[in-house]
Structure formats: structure tokens, C-alpha cells
Design a protein around this ligand. Structure first.
Ligand code: C5P
Length: 425
């Protein structure tokens, strides 16, 4: 706990963690003790509060705390703490413990909007995120002193939920029976250090300066996937035709047409270990773009279409080793013959695009696909992997897609490991 006005809410987080079954070792900064009494925190946590490196009888508490922790949650994380931690400065028990741990760290920043948006704080947060630190973003709301803005500590219940999610060990890794629905293959943070390029939204192909050929894609699914990848530690390059709310630290490149998207993707594909082509890229575009607005009086124009470059297929043909390539297939399969079957479309697309995973959805089904907040998908992998996710929020679908990506990466590293002596012929 750091010394910010939101410190009183850390008491509730502590209580929630204890209720969830955690053993909580409380550490407060000197500043925090000005906001909350040590007795309160000691009474609710699993052991007495520690504040300094010099408390008897334990002379070096930071190493014990750091080494024994499964997770360190900082509530509230102040600008000072964020700066010290980013710079690797150990000036009190809390910062020393953060440097003495290999456990995941969850920061819950809270400060005034001016501080939260200060370039130094923004840089420090970006640096920490790149190192795989988890963050529960502050929210907009009323701040101390009556101001309104972003920087208010997230809801304690959300912080507890994030902590529990980070600690939940996947069924297959824990050796317990897997749940019926596909669960996570690894803990959040499993993509730390990975660069992921995600495309989102529908492209617009101009007919004239005011009109275009487009599609109904909202970009919501692509953004949800970018958010999930970021939450699990990946650095994100988001190439999008739309601008939706996004967590800080995600780099957005705005494009409009398939050609612009292709140029943006190809320029950055070399940096990415994971590429998710969630965008609905037009397959055809007007061959000629009228330089001036076409006049109604001239009668209906004849718009001749030509194919656009297939970005995904191009990436599939010349991918870098180890890169995981994910394509989407938005189909209208319902009511059609066996040929229209989503599964066969998806498998066909795996081959034609040279992708590792295809996420297929039937956009004609109720609540599915474009512009909805829900989706239902079938994920198929070139390695035979298959997961069917019934109607769920786009965030839940994103988790399933990122699970499939993590699984593909995990299997690939296993396959790439050198054989042991016994395994050699
Ligand atoms: O069959 P279709 O080309 O529409 O396949 C859809 C998938 O291919 C999506 O992942 C989409 O982002 C990608 N795509 C592409 N370039 C195109 C058309 C689609 O990368 N020109």
C-alpha cells in the first residue's frame, strides 16, 4: 500500500484477497501510514504490517517477502512508486520487495489526472508494461478535492478479480481435469515480451472523395483481442480503421483502405511474433477513384471493382520462423448446403491463407459478428486444434482466441526443444 488518498480502499482489497483464500503479507510505505492505521491493515491481513527494512526481528524482510510471494499487488500505486519501480530504485521496503521478487506484479495506479497523464508517468507505465507488469487501470470519476477525471482507483472488487485471475493456474498445467469449455492454457502474463500485431475494423475503399465501398465491421472484436493480448503482457501494434477506447500503451496506426492496411502491416510484421488479422479487409475495391464527387444528374455510375491485395495470404507465404498467424472468416453459413458449413470454410481458409489459426463466425446468426457486443466462433488450427465458443461477449471470445494463440506458441516451443539423449535414435 502506498500513500495516496485511495489507500483506504486497499483495506477492502486486502479483505477480498483474504476472503478468496490468499495469505496476505501487508507492506505499507511510510506515506500509506498517514492515510490508514497499521492496526487496521494488520487486523485484516494474514500477518502484521511491515513498513521498513529495519524492523526487528527480521533484518531482511524484502527477500523473504519477495521470494515467497505468488503475486504482489500494489494498491494504490502512486506516481512515486511507479517511477521508482520503473527505474529500479529501492528506497523503502515496498520498492525493495518489488525488486526482490520474480512473482507477477499487479499495479493499481491512483492519482490526480494531471499526474496520471504526465509524460514521465506515461513513460514509466509503458516501461513497466513492457516488462510484463500487470495493471488494473484507474477509472474516470470523482477525485480527492472534488475534481473529476481519470486517475481514480479501480473498484476493489475488480482488483481482487484481476489478482485471482493472475493466480489461477490452468487445469492442464496444474494436472487437474480440464473444464468442459476451453480454459486458459497459461496464466495472464504468459505473453510478456511478445509483440503482437492486430488489425481491426472494416476497410473503406473510395469510389469518389465522399463515397466508399465498405462493410459492417465495428472493430470491437479486434480491439477486444488487442486488450486481452495486452493484459497478458504482449506489446501491441494495433492497425485499425476505427478508433475505440483502448488501454494506454497500445500503439494505434490508423488506416482506411486495404492498400493502406497492407502497407502498415507489412512495415511492422517483422517485429511481431503474433499477427491477428481481425480486420474485415475488403476483397474488392473500385478500380478507379473519381477525383471529384460523382454527380447525381450524370446517372448511376458504373463502378468496376478489382481485387485488393490479400494481406493475410501474403503474410502466410513469407512469415518469419515461429510467427503465429491468425485469420478470421466471417461467413454466412446458416441455411446453406454442406459446402456452406463453417467448419469446412475455416479449414479451407487455413490452407489458402497459410494461417495457423482461423477464427470463423457465422455473421448471419443472431447476436453474432459485426456491430454486436457478442459473438460465437469456431477456432480451428492447422495442427488439428478446435474450439467452439457459443454466444459470448467479445471479451470472452478474445480470451478464447488468445488462449488458442498461447497454446500454439507453447506447442511450437515444445516441438522446437532439442531432443534429450534418450529420445535420440
Ligand atoms: O476470405 P477472406 O479473404 O475474406 O478472409 C478473411 C481473412 O483474411 C481475415 O483475417 C482478413 O483480415 C484477411 N484478409 C486480408 N486481406 C484481404 C482480405 C481479407 O488479409 N484482402
Amino acid at each position: 500500500m502506498c500513500g495516496g488518498i485511495a489507500a483506504y480502499k486497499a483495506v477492502e482489497v486486502c479483505r477480498g484477497l483474504v476472503d478468496a483464500g490468499a495469505f496476505v503479507s501487508p507492506v505499507m510505505t511510510r506515506g500509506a501510514t498517514r492515510f490508514v492505521g497499521t492496526v487496521t491493515f494488520s487486523a485484516l491481513a494474514s500477518e502484521p504490517v511491515r513498513i521498513t527494512l529495519w524492523d526487528e526481528p527480521e533484518p531482511i524482510p524484502h527477500t523473504r517477502l519477495g521470494q515467497s510471494a505468488d503475486l504482489i499487488v500494489v494498491v494504490p500505486a502512486t506516481a512515486r512508486l511507479i517511477g521508482s519501480y520503473a527505474a529500479g530504485i529501492s528506497s523503502d521496503l515496498l520498492t525493495a520487495t518489488l525488486l526482490a521478487t520474480r512473482a507477477p506484479v499487479l499495479l493499481c495506479p491512483a492519482m490526480h489526472t494531471e499526474m496520471w497523464e504526465h509524460p514521465a508517468v506515461v513513460d514509466n507505465m509503458a516501461r513497466l508494461r513492457q516488462r510484463g507488469v500487470h495493471v488494473v487501470e484507474p477509472v474516470a470519476g470523482r477525485l480527492a478535492g472534488g475534481d473529476v477525471g481519470s486517475g481514480r482507483l479501480a473498484d476493489p472488487a475488480d482488483i481482487v478479480a484481476a489478482a485471482v485471475a493472475i493466480l489461477s493456474v490452468p487445469a492442464d498445467l496444474a494436472g487437474i481435469e480440464a473444464p468442459a469449455t476451453p480454459g486458459p492454457v497459461a496464466v495472464p502474463g504468459d505473453l510478456a515480451g511478445v509483440t503482437a500485431l492486430v488489425t481491426a475494423g472494416g476497410t473503406r475503399e473510395p469510389i469518389d472523395p465522399v463515397r466508399y465501398v465498405g462493410n459492417r465491421s465495428s472493430g470491437k472484436q479486434g480491439y477486444a483481442i488487442a486488450a486481452e493480448l495486452a493484459a497478458r503482457g504482449a506489446r501491441i501494434i494495433l492497425i485499425s480503421t476505427v478508433e475505440l477506447a483502448v488501454s494506454r500503451g497500445i500503439e494505434i496506426v490508423r488506416v482506411e483502405t486495404a492498400a493502406e492496411m497492407e502497407a502498415a502491416v507489412l512495415a511492422r510484421a517483422g517485429q511481431a511474433e503474433v499477427i491477428v488479422m481481425a480486420a474485415a479487409v475488403a476483397d474488392f475495391r473500385p478500380k478507379e477513384i473519381a477525383p471529384h464527387k460523382l454527380k447525381k444528374g450524370a446517372g448511376p455510375p458504373e463502378v468496376v471493382l478489382e481485387p485488393t491485395p490479400d494481406i493475410l495470404a501474403g503474410l502466410g507465404a513469407r512469415r518469419r520462423p515461429g510467427q503465429v498467424l491468425v485469420g478470421f472468416a466471417a461467413e454466412t453459413a446458416s441455411g446453406e448446403s454442406a459446402e456452406g458449413d463453417l467448419r469446412s470454410y475455416a479449414h479451407q481458409k487455413l490452407k489458402t491463407k497459410g494461417a495457423d489459426l482461423i477464427v470463423a463466425n457465422d455473421v448471419a446468426a443472431p447476436g453474432v459478428g459485426f456491430a454486436h457486443d457478442t459473438n460465437a466462433v469456431l477456432i480451428v488450427g492447422a495442427d488439428g486444434y478446435e474450439a467452439e465458443i457459443p454466444l459470448a461477449s467479445k471479451a470472452e471470445i478474445a480470451t478464447a482466441v488468445v488462449d488458442a494463440i498461447a497454446r500454439t506458441r507453447h506447442d511450437r516451443t515444445r516441438d522446437m526443444r532439442p531432443a534429450t539423449n534418450e529420445e535420440q535414435p
